[in-house]
Design a protein around this ligand. Structure first.
Ligand code: FE
Ligand code: CA
Length: 567
Protein backbone atom coordinates (compact mmCIF):
# COMPACT_ATOMS: atom_id res chain seq x y z
CA UNK A 1 0.00 0.00 0.00
CA UNK A 2 1.33 3.38 -0.89
CA UNK A 3 0.76 6.56 1.11
CA UNK A 4 -2.36 8.34 0.03
CA UNK A 5 -2.54 11.98 -0.96
CA UNK A 6 -4.96 14.22 0.83
CA UNK A 7 -8.42 14.51 -0.59
CA UNK A 8 -9.29 17.68 -2.39
CA UNK A 9 -12.80 18.35 -1.23
CA UNK A 10 -12.97 21.80 -2.75
CA UNK A 11 -13.21 20.43 -6.24
CA UNK A 12 -15.59 17.66 -5.52
CA UNK A 13 -18.93 19.28 -5.19
CA UNK A 14 -18.30 21.50 -8.16
CA UNK A 15 -18.02 18.45 -10.31
CA UNK A 16 -21.01 16.64 -8.97
CA UNK A 17 -24.06 16.50 -11.13
CA UNK A 18 -26.54 17.99 -8.78
CA UNK A 19 -30.25 17.94 -8.18
CA UNK A 20 -32.34 17.88 -11.34
CA UNK A 21 -30.05 16.16 -13.76
CA UNK A 22 -28.85 13.53 -11.35
CA UNK A 23 -32.29 12.87 -9.99
CA UNK A 24 -33.70 11.78 -13.31
CA UNK A 25 -31.65 8.62 -13.30
CA UNK A 26 -33.07 7.06 -10.23
CA UNK A 27 -36.47 8.64 -10.39
CA UNK A 28 -36.38 9.54 -6.77
CA UNK A 29 -34.63 10.31 -3.61
CA UNK A 30 -31.69 8.01 -3.96
CA UNK A 31 -29.45 10.11 -6.16
CA UNK A 32 -30.51 13.38 -4.57
CA UNK A 33 -29.75 11.96 -1.18
CA UNK A 34 -26.32 10.93 -2.37
CA UNK A 35 -25.49 14.39 -3.59
CA UNK A 36 -27.08 16.04 -0.60
CA UNK A 37 -25.06 13.93 1.74
CA UNK A 38 -21.98 15.13 0.07
CA UNK A 39 -23.00 18.75 0.05
CA UNK A 40 -23.72 18.69 3.76
CA UNK A 41 -20.37 17.11 4.43
CA UNK A 42 -18.60 19.72 2.37
CA UNK A 43 -20.17 23.05 3.23
CA UNK A 44 -17.19 25.16 2.31
CA UNK A 45 -17.03 24.32 -1.33
CA UNK A 46 -17.00 27.88 -2.56
CA UNK A 47 -18.89 29.49 -5.38
CA UNK A 48 -19.81 26.37 -7.24
CA UNK A 49 -18.21 27.54 -10.44
CA UNK A 50 -15.63 25.60 -12.33
CA UNK A 51 -12.33 26.96 -13.51
CA UNK A 52 -10.57 27.65 -10.24
CA UNK A 53 -9.41 24.10 -9.95
CA UNK A 54 -6.58 22.35 -11.69
CA UNK A 55 -7.61 21.04 -15.06
CA UNK A 56 -6.25 17.53 -15.20
CA UNK A 57 -7.48 17.11 -18.74
CA UNK A 58 -8.74 19.59 -21.25
CA UNK A 59 -10.10 19.24 -24.75
CA UNK A 60 -9.19 15.95 -26.27
CA UNK A 61 -6.04 15.46 -24.22
CA UNK A 62 -6.27 11.92 -23.07
CA UNK A 63 -4.95 10.19 -20.05
CA UNK A 64 -2.43 7.66 -21.27
CA UNK A 65 -4.30 4.42 -21.79
CA UNK A 66 -3.66 1.95 -19.04
CA UNK A 67 -5.01 -1.46 -18.37
CA UNK A 68 -7.79 -1.38 -15.81
CA UNK A 69 -6.49 -2.56 -12.49
CA UNK A 70 -8.00 -5.42 -10.63
CA UNK A 71 -9.60 -4.71 -7.27
CA UNK A 72 -6.62 -6.29 -5.55
CA UNK A 73 -4.30 -3.78 -7.17
CA UNK A 74 -6.20 -0.69 -6.20
CA UNK A 75 -4.94 1.40 -3.32
CA UNK A 76 -6.81 1.70 -0.09
CA UNK A 77 -9.86 3.94 -0.23
CA UNK A 78 -9.36 7.64 0.35
CA UNK A 79 -12.20 7.50 2.82
CA UNK A 80 -14.24 4.68 4.30
CA UNK A 81 -16.79 2.87 2.20
CA UNK A 82 -20.35 3.60 3.24
CA UNK A 83 -21.36 2.03 6.48
CA UNK A 84 -25.07 1.90 5.83
CA UNK A 85 -26.55 0.02 8.73
CA UNK A 86 -25.03 -3.44 8.79
CA UNK A 87 -24.44 -4.23 5.12
CA UNK A 88 -23.97 -7.95 5.04
CA UNK A 89 -22.95 -8.94 1.55
CA UNK A 90 -22.85 -12.58 0.55
CA UNK A 91 -19.64 -11.95 -1.39
CA UNK A 92 -18.09 -9.61 -3.92
CA UNK A 93 -21.04 -7.62 -5.29
CA UNK A 94 -19.18 -6.43 -8.41
CA UNK A 95 -19.55 -9.63 -10.43
CA UNK A 96 -21.14 -7.78 -13.36
CA UNK A 97 -18.34 -5.28 -13.82
CA UNK A 98 -18.77 -1.58 -14.48
CA UNK A 99 -19.92 0.43 -17.45
CA UNK A 100 -20.39 4.01 -18.57
CA UNK A 101 -22.51 5.64 -21.19
CA UNK A 102 -24.36 8.50 -22.86
CA UNK A 103 -21.43 10.93 -22.56
CA UNK A 104 -21.89 14.63 -23.22
CA UNK A 105 -19.30 17.40 -22.97
CA UNK A 106 -20.20 17.78 -19.30
CA UNK A 107 -21.21 14.42 -17.91
CA UNK A 108 -21.21 10.67 -18.32
CA UNK A 109 -23.28 7.98 -16.65
CA UNK A 110 -21.39 5.50 -14.48
CA UNK A 111 -23.05 2.12 -13.95
CA UNK A 112 -22.78 -0.97 -11.87
CA UNK A 113 -25.15 -3.46 -10.28
CA UNK A 114 -24.58 -5.17 -6.97
CA UNK A 115 -24.98 -8.90 -7.46
CA UNK A 116 -22.95 -11.27 -5.27
CA UNK A 117 -25.05 -14.16 -6.65
CA UNK A 118 -25.72 -12.90 -10.18
CA UNK A 119 -27.62 -15.84 -11.66
CA UNK A 120 -30.02 -16.19 -8.75
CA UNK A 121 -31.65 -12.79 -8.49
CA UNK A 122 -28.46 -11.04 -7.46
CA UNK A 123 -28.16 -12.32 -3.91
CA UNK A 124 -28.57 -8.93 -2.28
CA UNK A 125 -30.48 -8.19 0.93
CA UNK A 126 -33.95 -6.67 0.48
CA UNK A 127 -32.73 -3.25 1.62
CA UNK A 128 -31.46 -0.39 -0.47
CA UNK A 129 -27.67 0.00 -0.23
CA UNK A 130 -25.50 3.10 -0.51
CA UNK A 131 -22.54 2.82 -2.85
CA UNK A 132 -19.56 5.17 -3.10
CA UNK A 133 -18.39 6.20 -6.54
CA UNK A 134 -15.10 7.86 -7.42
CA UNK A 135 -13.62 9.42 -10.54
CA UNK A 136 -9.91 10.01 -10.97
CA UNK A 137 -7.40 11.17 -13.56
CA UNK A 138 -5.47 7.91 -13.20
CA UNK A 139 -6.36 4.34 -12.41
CA UNK A 140 -4.40 4.57 -9.18
CA UNK A 141 -7.06 6.93 -7.79
CA UNK A 142 -4.36 9.03 -6.15
CA UNK A 143 -6.28 12.11 -7.19
CA UNK A 144 -10.02 11.77 -6.92
CA UNK A 145 -11.72 14.58 -8.84
CA UNK A 146 -15.33 13.64 -8.23
CA UNK A 147 -17.07 11.32 -5.83
CA UNK A 148 -20.34 10.76 -4.12
CA UNK A 149 -22.84 8.27 -2.80
CA UNK A 150 -25.56 6.69 -4.85
CA UNK A 151 -28.24 4.35 -3.60
CA UNK A 152 -28.62 0.93 -5.17
CA UNK A 153 -32.31 0.31 -4.74
CA UNK A 154 -33.81 -3.13 -4.36
CA UNK A 155 -36.68 -2.01 -6.58
CA UNK A 156 -34.24 -1.66 -9.45
CA UNK A 157 -32.20 -4.79 -8.86
CA UNK A 158 -29.56 -2.88 -6.85
CA UNK A 159 -28.35 -1.19 -10.00
CA UNK A 160 -26.46 2.09 -9.79
CA UNK A 161 -26.64 4.92 -12.32
CA UNK A 162 -24.58 7.99 -11.51
CA UNK A 163 -24.50 11.02 -13.81
CA UNK A 164 -21.02 12.28 -13.02
CA UNK A 165 -20.32 15.84 -14.12
CA UNK A 166 -16.80 15.99 -15.49
CA UNK A 167 -14.65 18.20 -17.64
CA UNK A 168 -14.07 17.10 -21.24
CA UNK A 169 -11.54 14.28 -21.49
CA UNK A 170 -10.71 10.80 -20.24
CA UNK A 171 -11.36 9.58 -16.69
CA UNK A 172 -11.19 6.48 -14.55
CA UNK A 173 -13.99 5.44 -12.20
CA UNK A 174 -14.83 2.78 -9.64
CA UNK A 175 -17.39 1.94 -6.97
CA UNK A 176 -17.01 0.79 -3.37
CA UNK A 177 -19.37 -0.85 -0.92
CA UNK A 178 -19.04 -2.97 2.18
CA UNK A 179 -15.26 -3.36 1.95
CA UNK A 180 -15.38 -4.33 -1.74
CA UNK A 181 -14.01 -2.24 -4.59
CA UNK A 182 -15.22 -2.64 -8.15
CA UNK A 183 -13.05 -3.14 -11.20
CA UNK A 184 -11.86 0.17 -12.66
CA UNK A 185 -13.54 1.57 -15.73
CA UNK A 186 -12.19 4.06 -18.21
CA UNK A 187 -14.53 6.61 -19.71
CA UNK A 188 -14.65 9.97 -21.30
CA UNK A 189 -16.72 13.05 -21.91
CA UNK A 190 -16.85 14.66 -25.33
CA UNK A 191 -15.11 17.75 -26.66
CA UNK A 192 -17.46 20.75 -26.53
CA UNK A 193 -18.55 22.15 -29.86
CA UNK A 194 -16.40 25.05 -30.98
CA UNK A 195 -13.50 24.23 -28.67
CA UNK A 196 -10.13 22.64 -29.22
CA UNK A 197 -10.45 19.04 -30.19
CA UNK A 198 -14.04 19.34 -31.31
CA UNK A 199 -13.16 18.72 -34.95
CA UNK A 200 -10.50 16.10 -34.41
CA UNK A 201 -10.67 12.40 -35.08
CA UNK A 202 -13.30 10.30 -33.37
CA UNK A 203 -12.87 6.53 -33.29
CA UNK A 204 -15.82 4.40 -32.33
CA UNK A 205 -17.38 0.98 -32.70
CA UNK A 206 -20.79 -0.11 -33.91
CA UNK A 207 -21.87 -3.57 -32.85
CA UNK A 208 -24.94 -5.65 -32.11
CA UNK A 209 -26.32 -9.14 -31.49
CA UNK A 210 -24.45 -11.12 -28.85
CA UNK A 211 -26.27 -14.42 -28.46
CA UNK A 212 -24.45 -16.07 -25.57
CA UNK A 213 -25.28 -19.57 -26.70
CA UNK A 214 -23.99 -19.07 -30.23
CA UNK A 215 -20.46 -18.00 -29.45
CA UNK A 216 -17.73 -16.47 -27.35
CA UNK A 217 -17.22 -12.70 -27.10
CA UNK A 218 -13.78 -12.55 -28.71
CA UNK A 219 -14.95 -9.50 -30.62
CA UNK A 220 -15.61 -7.68 -27.34
CA UNK A 221 -12.06 -8.38 -26.18
CA UNK A 222 -10.85 -6.88 -29.44
CA UNK A 223 -13.12 -3.85 -28.95
CA UNK A 224 -11.55 -3.30 -25.52
CA UNK A 225 -8.08 -3.49 -27.08
CA UNK A 226 -8.93 -0.76 -29.62
CA UNK A 227 -9.29 1.92 -26.90
CA UNK A 228 -11.98 3.73 -28.89
CA UNK A 229 -13.85 6.85 -27.86
CA UNK A 230 -17.21 5.08 -27.63
CA UNK A 231 -19.29 2.07 -28.63
CA UNK A 232 -22.70 2.39 -30.29
CA UNK A 233 -24.55 -0.81 -29.43
CA UNK A 234 -27.47 -1.42 -31.77
CA UNK A 235 -29.46 -4.03 -29.89
CA UNK A 236 -29.90 -7.73 -29.17
CA UNK A 237 -27.75 -7.30 -26.07
CA UNK A 238 -29.42 -10.39 -24.61
CA UNK A 239 -31.43 -13.13 -26.23
CA UNK A 240 -34.55 -14.17 -24.41
CA UNK A 241 -34.72 -17.77 -25.53
CA UNK A 242 -34.54 -20.86 -23.38
CA UNK A 243 -31.61 -23.15 -22.74
CA UNK A 244 -30.01 -24.81 -25.73
CA UNK A 245 -27.87 -27.90 -25.41
CA UNK A 246 -24.13 -27.45 -25.72
CA UNK A 247 -22.83 -29.36 -28.71
CA UNK A 248 -26.13 -29.32 -30.60
CA UNK A 249 -26.74 -26.83 -33.41
CA UNK A 250 -23.30 -25.28 -32.88
CA UNK A 251 -24.20 -24.18 -29.34
CA UNK A 252 -21.05 -23.52 -27.30
CA UNK A 253 -22.56 -22.38 -23.97
CA UNK A 254 -26.08 -22.44 -22.61
CA UNK A 255 -28.54 -20.00 -21.12
CA UNK A 256 -29.31 -22.76 -18.65
CA UNK A 257 -32.82 -21.45 -17.98
CA UNK A 258 -36.19 -21.26 -19.73
CA UNK A 259 -37.22 -18.39 -22.00
CA UNK A 260 -37.23 -15.14 -20.03
CA UNK A 261 -40.65 -13.56 -19.58
CA UNK A 262 -40.55 -12.16 -16.02
CA UNK A 263 -38.62 -9.44 -14.19
CA UNK A 264 -36.61 -12.04 -12.30
CA UNK A 265 -35.81 -14.10 -15.39
CA UNK A 266 -34.70 -11.10 -17.43
CA UNK A 267 -32.44 -10.02 -14.54
CA UNK A 268 -30.85 -13.43 -14.41
CA UNK A 269 -30.38 -13.40 -18.18
CA UNK A 270 -28.62 -10.01 -18.16
CA UNK A 271 -26.51 -11.20 -15.25
CA UNK A 272 -25.42 -14.28 -17.21
CA UNK A 273 -24.37 -12.13 -20.16
CA UNK A 274 -22.74 -9.41 -18.08
CA UNK A 275 -20.68 -11.92 -16.13
CA UNK A 276 -18.66 -12.50 -19.33
CA UNK A 277 -15.14 -11.10 -18.87
CA UNK A 278 -14.74 -10.00 -22.49
CA UNK A 279 -18.01 -8.06 -22.44
CA UNK A 280 -16.98 -6.47 -19.14
CA UNK A 281 -13.66 -5.45 -20.68
CA UNK A 282 -15.38 -3.74 -23.61
CA UNK A 283 -17.66 -1.83 -21.23
CA UNK A 284 -14.76 -0.87 -18.97
CA UNK A 285 -12.78 0.51 -21.92
CA UNK A 286 -15.05 3.39 -22.98
CA UNK A 287 -18.58 4.79 -22.75
CA UNK A 288 -21.40 3.19 -24.73
CA UNK A 289 -24.54 4.54 -26.36
CA UNK A 290 -26.99 1.67 -26.14
CA UNK A 291 -30.30 1.04 -27.85
CA UNK A 292 -32.38 -2.11 -27.91
CA UNK A 293 -33.73 -4.37 -30.61
CA UNK A 294 -36.26 -7.17 -30.38
CA UNK A 295 -34.47 -9.81 -28.32
CA UNK A 296 -34.28 -7.60 -25.26
CA UNK A 297 -37.99 -8.52 -25.06
CA UNK A 298 -38.88 -11.21 -27.61
CA UNK A 299 -37.92 -12.13 -31.17
CA UNK A 300 -39.60 -9.87 -33.76
CA UNK A 301 -42.16 -8.35 -31.41
CA UNK A 302 -43.73 -5.17 -32.80
CA UNK A 303 -45.11 -2.56 -30.45
CA UNK A 304 -47.44 -4.45 -28.17
CA UNK A 305 -47.82 -7.36 -30.57
CA UNK A 306 -45.86 -10.45 -29.52
CA UNK A 307 -44.30 -12.83 -31.99
CA UNK A 308 -46.89 -15.45 -31.08
CA UNK A 309 -50.35 -13.93 -30.96
CA UNK A 310 -51.37 -16.54 -28.38
CA UNK A 311 -49.20 -14.59 -25.91
CA UNK A 312 -51.10 -11.33 -26.43
CA UNK A 313 -52.84 -11.26 -23.05
CA UNK A 314 -49.62 -11.20 -21.04
CA UNK A 315 -47.35 -9.38 -23.47
CA UNK A 316 -47.73 -5.83 -22.16
CA UNK A 317 -46.68 -6.97 -18.69
CA UNK A 318 -43.78 -8.93 -20.14
CA UNK A 319 -42.59 -5.93 -22.16
CA UNK A 320 -42.77 -3.64 -19.10
CA UNK A 321 -40.60 -6.08 -17.17
CA UNK A 322 -38.11 -6.37 -20.01
CA UNK A 323 -37.86 -2.61 -20.45
CA UNK A 324 -37.24 -2.08 -16.74
CA UNK A 325 -34.53 -4.72 -16.61
CA UNK A 326 -32.92 -3.23 -19.73
CA UNK A 327 -32.69 0.08 -17.88
CA UNK A 328 -31.30 -1.60 -14.79
CA UNK A 329 -28.44 -3.10 -16.79
CA UNK A 330 -27.47 -0.32 -19.19
CA UNK A 331 -25.42 2.85 -18.57
CA UNK A 332 -28.06 5.16 -19.97
CA UNK A 333 -28.85 8.76 -19.01
CA UNK A 334 -32.54 7.99 -18.82
CA UNK A 335 -34.96 7.87 -15.94
CA UNK A 336 -36.17 4.35 -15.24
CA UNK A 337 -39.50 3.42 -16.78
CA UNK A 338 -42.62 4.19 -14.82
CA UNK A 339 -43.84 0.74 -13.88
CA UNK A 340 -47.46 1.72 -14.49
CA UNK A 341 -46.94 2.84 -18.10
CA UNK A 342 -46.45 0.69 -21.17
CA UNK A 343 -44.38 3.24 -23.06
CA UNK A 344 -40.78 4.07 -22.30
CA UNK A 345 -38.95 6.63 -24.42
CA UNK A 346 -35.33 5.74 -25.14
CA UNK A 347 -34.66 7.40 -28.50
CA UNK A 348 -32.25 10.25 -27.98
CA UNK A 349 -29.41 12.22 -29.51
CA UNK A 350 -25.81 13.04 -28.67
CA UNK A 351 -23.16 15.30 -30.09
CA UNK A 352 -19.46 14.64 -30.46
CA UNK A 353 -17.77 17.98 -30.86
CA UNK A 354 -18.24 19.52 -34.29
CA UNK A 355 -17.67 16.18 -35.96
CA UNK A 356 -20.63 13.90 -35.21
CA UNK A 357 -24.31 14.32 -34.43
CA UNK A 358 -25.66 10.97 -33.28
CA UNK A 359 -29.29 9.94 -33.11
CA UNK A 360 -30.16 6.66 -31.41
CA UNK A 361 -33.46 5.16 -32.54
CA UNK A 362 -35.98 2.71 -31.13
CA UNK A 363 -37.27 0.60 -34.00
CA UNK A 364 -39.34 -1.83 -31.93
CA UNK A 365 -41.56 -0.14 -29.37
CA UNK A 366 -43.78 1.82 -31.73
CA UNK A 367 -43.87 -0.29 -34.86
CA UNK A 368 -46.76 -1.68 -36.79
CA UNK A 369 -46.75 -5.47 -36.82
CA UNK A 370 -44.66 -6.98 -39.61
CA UNK A 371 -46.63 -7.24 -42.85
CA UNK A 372 -47.81 -10.36 -44.62
CA UNK A 373 -47.55 -12.51 -41.50
CA UNK A 374 -43.79 -11.94 -41.10
CA UNK A 375 -42.90 -14.95 -43.25
CA UNK A 376 -39.13 -14.82 -42.71
CA UNK A 377 -37.07 -14.92 -45.89
CA UNK A 378 -39.57 -14.47 -48.72
CA UNK A 379 -39.25 -14.33 -52.49
CA UNK A 380 -43.00 -13.94 -53.08
CA UNK A 381 -44.59 -10.73 -54.35
CA UNK A 382 -45.40 -8.47 -51.37
CA UNK A 383 -48.94 -8.66 -50.03
CA UNK A 384 -51.00 -5.43 -50.29
CA UNK A 385 -50.58 -4.70 -46.57
CA UNK A 386 -46.93 -3.84 -47.26
CA UNK A 387 -47.98 -0.70 -49.08
CA UNK A 388 -50.32 0.66 -46.43
CA UNK A 389 -48.99 4.18 -45.95
CA UNK A 390 -49.82 4.14 -42.25
CA UNK A 391 -47.31 1.39 -41.52
CA UNK A 392 -44.57 2.68 -39.21
CA UNK A 393 -41.37 1.45 -37.63
CA UNK A 394 -40.67 4.54 -35.52
CA UNK A 395 -44.14 5.83 -34.72
CA UNK A 396 -45.29 9.32 -35.67
CA UNK A 397 -43.73 11.10 -32.70
CA UNK A 398 -40.28 9.54 -33.07
CA UNK A 399 -40.31 10.03 -36.84
CA UNK A 400 -41.08 13.74 -36.43
CA UNK A 401 -38.38 14.02 -33.77
CA UNK A 402 -35.88 12.30 -36.07
CA UNK A 403 -36.59 14.63 -38.97
CA UNK A 404 -36.43 17.69 -36.72
CA UNK A 405 -33.17 16.52 -35.14
CA UNK A 406 -31.51 15.73 -38.46
CA UNK A 407 -32.74 19.01 -39.92
CA UNK A 408 -31.17 20.98 -37.09
CA UNK A 409 -27.94 18.95 -37.01
CA UNK A 410 -24.84 20.92 -37.88
CA UNK A 411 -21.88 18.63 -37.21
CA UNK A 412 -19.89 17.37 -40.19
CA UNK A 413 -21.46 13.90 -39.99
CA UNK A 414 -25.01 12.95 -39.02
CA UNK A 415 -25.16 9.42 -37.71
CA UNK A 416 -28.35 7.37 -37.37
CA UNK A 417 -27.76 4.47 -34.98
CA UNK A 418 -30.60 2.01 -35.41
CA UNK A 419 -31.47 -1.66 -35.83
CA UNK A 420 -32.66 -2.96 -39.20
CA UNK A 421 -31.47 -2.64 -42.81
CA UNK A 422 -32.47 0.83 -43.96
CA UNK A 423 -31.60 0.71 -47.65
CA UNK A 424 -33.83 -0.79 -50.34
CA UNK A 425 -32.70 -4.41 -50.67
CA UNK A 426 -35.81 -5.72 -52.40
CA UNK A 427 -34.97 -8.39 -54.96
CA UNK A 428 -37.05 -8.62 -58.10
CA UNK A 429 -39.82 -6.78 -56.28
CA UNK A 430 -39.79 -9.23 -53.37
CA UNK A 431 -39.42 -7.95 -49.83
CA UNK A 432 -36.89 -10.45 -48.59
CA UNK A 433 -37.45 -9.73 -44.90
CA UNK A 434 -40.53 -7.89 -43.62
CA UNK A 435 -38.84 -7.08 -40.33
CA UNK A 436 -36.46 -4.67 -42.10
CA UNK A 437 -37.23 -1.19 -43.47
CA UNK A 438 -38.34 -2.71 -46.78
CA UNK A 439 -41.44 -3.78 -44.85
CA UNK A 440 -42.13 -0.13 -43.96
CA UNK A 441 -41.42 1.51 -47.34
CA UNK A 442 -43.48 4.67 -47.07
CA UNK A 443 -41.95 5.74 -43.79
CA UNK A 444 -38.45 4.86 -45.02
CA UNK A 445 -38.96 6.89 -48.17
CA UNK A 446 -40.22 9.88 -46.16
CA UNK A 447 -37.01 9.81 -44.16
CA UNK A 448 -34.80 9.38 -47.24
CA UNK A 449 -36.57 12.27 -48.96
CA UNK A 450 -36.01 14.47 -45.89
CA UNK A 451 -32.25 13.89 -45.82
CA UNK A 452 -30.22 16.86 -47.02
CA UNK A 453 -27.85 15.82 -49.83
CA UNK A 454 -25.56 18.66 -48.74
CA UNK A 455 -25.04 17.00 -45.37
CA UNK A 456 -23.15 13.78 -44.65
CA UNK A 457 -25.47 11.09 -43.28
CA UNK A 458 -24.38 7.64 -42.14
CA UNK A 459 -26.82 4.92 -41.09
CA UNK A 460 -25.54 2.29 -38.67
CA UNK A 461 -27.40 -1.01 -38.63
CA UNK A 462 -27.42 -4.22 -36.61
CA UNK A 463 -29.97 -7.04 -36.31
CA UNK A 464 -29.33 -9.04 -39.46
CA UNK A 465 -26.16 -10.97 -38.48
CA UNK A 466 -24.20 -10.22 -41.61
CA UNK A 467 -21.84 -7.45 -42.58
CA UNK A 468 -22.59 -5.04 -45.39
CA UNK A 469 -22.00 -1.61 -46.82
CA UNK A 470 -24.37 0.23 -49.10
CA UNK A 471 -25.57 3.56 -50.39
CA UNK A 472 -28.93 5.26 -50.19
CA UNK A 473 -30.33 7.61 -52.80
CA UNK A 474 -33.25 9.93 -53.25
CA UNK A 475 -35.23 9.28 -56.42
CA UNK A 476 -34.42 5.71 -57.18
CA UNK A 477 -32.01 2.92 -56.43
CA UNK A 478 -28.85 2.97 -58.55
CA UNK A 479 -29.44 6.31 -60.24
CA UNK A 480 -30.79 8.87 -57.77
CA UNK A 481 -29.01 11.46 -55.66
CA UNK A 482 -26.84 9.89 -52.94
CA UNK A 483 -27.93 11.10 -49.50
CA UNK A 484 -26.47 8.56 -47.08
CA UNK A 485 -24.28 5.51 -46.70
CA UNK A 486 -25.22 2.51 -44.57
CA UNK A 487 -22.87 0.29 -42.61
CA UNK A 488 -24.33 -3.00 -41.39
CA UNK A 489 -22.43 -4.56 -38.52
CA UNK A 490 -22.43 -8.30 -38.40
CA UNK A 491 -23.10 -9.86 -35.00
CA UNK A 492 -20.72 -10.08 -32.06
CA UNK A 493 -21.61 -13.78 -31.70
CA UNK A 494 -25.13 -14.51 -32.98
CA UNK A 495 -25.29 -17.10 -35.72
CA UNK A 496 -25.60 -16.12 -39.38
CA UNK A 497 -29.05 -16.23 -40.93
CA UNK A 498 -28.19 -16.40 -44.62
CA UNK A 499 -26.18 -19.05 -46.44
CA UNK A 500 -22.84 -17.56 -47.57
CA UNK A 501 -23.43 -19.39 -50.86
CA UNK A 502 -25.75 -16.53 -51.93
CA UNK A 503 -23.14 -13.83 -51.33
CA UNK A 504 -22.93 -12.82 -54.99
CA UNK A 505 -26.72 -12.66 -55.32
CA UNK A 506 -26.90 -10.19 -52.44
CA UNK A 507 -23.89 -8.19 -53.65
CA UNK A 508 -25.60 -7.73 -57.03
CA UNK A 509 -28.47 -5.74 -55.50
CA UNK A 510 -28.07 -2.12 -56.69
CA UNK A 511 -26.28 0.21 -54.27
CA UNK A 512 -24.93 -2.63 -52.16
CA UNK A 513 -21.17 -2.12 -52.10
CA UNK A 514 -20.30 -5.38 -50.37
CA UNK A 515 -21.62 -8.06 -48.05
CA UNK A 516 -19.90 -10.69 -45.93
CA UNK A 517 -22.29 -13.38 -44.73
CA UNK A 518 -20.03 -15.80 -42.90
CA UNK A 519 -18.15 -14.21 -40.01
CA UNK A 520 -18.97 -12.49 -36.74
CA UNK A 521 -17.41 -9.22 -35.59
CA UNK A 522 -18.03 -5.48 -35.53
CA UNK A 523 -17.14 -2.23 -37.28
CA UNK A 524 -14.35 0.13 -36.18
CA UNK A 525 -15.14 3.63 -37.46
CA UNK A 526 -12.55 6.38 -37.77
CA UNK A 527 -14.15 9.75 -38.44
CA UNK A 528 -12.37 12.92 -39.51
CA UNK A 529 -13.70 16.13 -41.05
CA UNK A 530 -12.72 14.92 -44.53
CA UNK A 531 -13.30 11.19 -44.49
CA UNK A 532 -15.16 8.38 -42.77
CA UNK A 533 -13.38 5.05 -42.60
CA UNK A 534 -15.17 1.83 -41.56
CA UNK A 535 -12.92 -1.14 -40.83
CA UNK A 536 -14.85 -4.43 -40.64
CA UNK A 537 -13.12 -6.50 -37.97
CA UNK A 538 -14.08 -10.16 -37.83
CA UNK A 539 -13.24 -13.19 -35.74
CA UNK A 540 -12.23 -16.43 -37.45
CA UNK A 541 -14.60 -18.41 -35.26
CA UNK A 542 -16.75 -17.68 -32.21
CA UNK A 543 -17.02 -21.38 -31.40
CA UNK A 544 -13.79 -21.38 -29.42
CA UNK A 545 -12.50 -18.63 -27.13
CA UNK A 546 -9.76 -16.27 -28.25
CA UNK A 547 -9.72 -17.05 -31.97
CA UNK A 548 -7.77 -14.64 -34.20
CA UNK A 549 -9.33 -11.44 -35.52
CA UNK A 550 -8.92 -10.28 -39.11
CA UNK A 551 -9.99 -7.29 -41.19
CA UNK A 552 -12.49 -8.26 -43.90
CA UNK A 553 -12.39 -4.88 -45.62
CA UNK A 554 -12.34 -1.15 -45.05
CA UNK A 555 -14.85 1.18 -46.71
CA UNK A 556 -14.55 4.94 -46.86
CA UNK A 557 -16.85 7.88 -47.48
CA UNK A 558 -15.26 11.12 -48.61
CA UNK A 559 -17.12 14.04 -47.04
CA UNK A 560 -19.52 15.56 -49.53
CA UNK A 561 -20.13 12.35 -51.49
CA UNK A 562 -22.60 10.36 -49.35
CA UNK A 563 -21.15 7.33 -51.08
CA UNK A 564 -19.32 4.44 -49.47
CA UNK A 565 -16.66 2.63 -51.47
CA UNK A 566 -13.82 0.21 -50.88
CA UNK A 567 -10.82 1.97 -49.39
FE1 FE B 1 -29.78 -10.40 -33.39
CA1 CA C 1 -32.85 -8.50 -33.84
Amino acid sequence: MQPLPPRMPSRISRRLFLAGSAAVLTGGAAMIAGCSDHESADPGSGSGTTGAVDEPTTGSTAVAPTEPTTPADTPAPTNPAPTTAAIELAGDPFTLGVASGDPTDRAVVLWTRLAPDPSNGGGMPADDVDVRWEVSVADTFDEVVAEGTATATAAHGHSVHVAAELDPGWWFYRFRVGGYTSPVGRTRTTAPSGEAGASETVRFVSASCQNYQDGFYTAHRDIADQQVDFVAFLGDYIYEGGAATIGENFVVRTHGTDEATTLEAYRNRYALYKADADLQAAHASCPWYVTWDDHEVENNYAGLVPQNLADQATFAERRRAAYQVWWEHQPVALAPPDGAADDYTIYRSARWGDLVDLVVLDGRQYRTDQACGDPGLSLDPPCPETFDESRTMLGDVQEAWLLDTLGAASATWQVIAQQTIFGDVTLGGAVLNYDQWDGYPFERNRIVDALDPAKNTVVLTGDIHFAGAGNIRQGGRGTGTPVAAEFVATSISSGGLIDPAVTEVVRAIPDIVDVELEHRGYILHTVTPDRWSAEYRMVETVKEPGAPMFVHATYVIDAGTNTARFA
